[in-house]
Ligand binder design. Structure first.
Ligand SMILES: NC(=O)c1ccc[n+]([C@@H]2O[C@H](COP(=O)([O-])OP(=O)(O)OC[C@H]3O[C@@H](n4cnc5c(N)ncnc54)[C@H](O)[C@@H]3O)[C@@H](O)[C@H]2O)c1
Length: 256
């Protein structure tokens, strides 16, 4: 796989899964642009990657910031070939204890952010004759733990957005949703810390996976790069689970 002369935008790429994706696209000679709120971490990460990596501070839920950031990418690199809508936030709550503000915040980042980035990137893909929008969903779009209602709603919505982009912009633009199980990232580590016994919850999370580990960000990045490459060119409009067997393990245990 080579992404030479290709430009890849990765939202939320300063750390975690997005950084794992950025490293792999960079290693395969792509021009990598990280859009993230976390300027300090994102700038340092891109400096470490090398001179084909750029950081742009951007809140993906804000239209003007997204529009401006994608304009900057096109001015610098001439187009957009791959958009990885990866920025996402998680909060533990059920419907009845989710405030309207929290609901809006989670849906704004996780769903509206993906919509806005796609809205401003797709015209450049169409103009360039090809492109792909990869939306970072979750295995939770299919099998759902308790107490994460707004997050699960947002991750399920991304699968619909993926289908819509695929049918509306074919054949030039493809779209694929990636649905990871547990990934060892700052998001998950922060979630474990919210429990009274973080190491127990971490182990319980590991135990949910048939492969007896969580994914590393690079595991997800390898799949994203494959799907975005010419080798993945027949994959379109679909969610792809990469969950270490978590989904079937949970589904199986419920029918025991
Ligand atoms: N970690 C997991 O187990 C897991 C599993 C399935 C899906 N996912 C999804 O993968 C994606 C990445 O998760 P992660 O675990 O790497 O998270 P993370 O918290 O480790 O990293 C997310 C990055 O997104 C950035 N970000 C947050 N809000 C933003 C905004 N409004 N605009 C721009 N950037 C913003 C953060 O600054 C951070 O750098 C998320 O969409 C998440 O829902 C994660």
């Amino acid at each position: 796989m080579s992404f030479e002369d290709k430009t890849i935008i990765i939202t939320g790429g300063a750390k975690g899964i997005g950084a794992g994706c950025a490293e792999i696209f960079y290693r395969q000679n792509g021009n990598v642009v990280v859009l993230d709120l976390d300027e300090e971490t994102g700038q340092a990460f891109c400096n470490d990657l090398g001179d084909r990596a750029r950081f742009i501070k951007c809140d993906v839920s804000r239209k003007q910031q997204v529009k401006q950031a994608i304009g900057q990418v096109v001015s610098a690199f001439g187009g957009v070939d791959v958009l990885v809508n990866n920025a996402g936030i998680l909060q533990y709550s059920k419907v009845t204890d989710t405030s309207e503000e929290d609901w809006d915040r989670i849906l704004d980042v996780n769903v509206k952010g993906a919509f806005l980035c796609a809205k401003y990137a797709i015209p450049h893909m169409v103009a360039g004759g090809s492109g792909i929008v990869v939306n970072m969903s979750s295995v939770q779009a299919f099998v759902t733990q308790t107490n994460v209602a707004p997050y699960v709603t947002s991750k399920s919505a991304l699968i619909g957005l993926t289908r819509s982009i695929a049918v509306d912009y074919a054949p030039e633009v493809r779209s694929v949703a990636i649905c990871p199980g547990g990934v060892d990232t700052p998001l998950n580590r922060a979630a474990f810390q919210q429990s009274p016994n973080p190491s127990k919850v971490r182990q319980e999370t590991i135990d949910l996976h048939l492969v007896e580990r969580m994914a590393q960000p690079g595991d997800i990045g390898e799949l994203v790069a494959f799907v975005a490459s010419d080798k993945g060119s027949f994959i379109n409009g679909q969610p792809i689970r990469i969950d270490g067997g978590m989904g079937i393990k949970i589904a199986g245990s419920k029918t025991d």
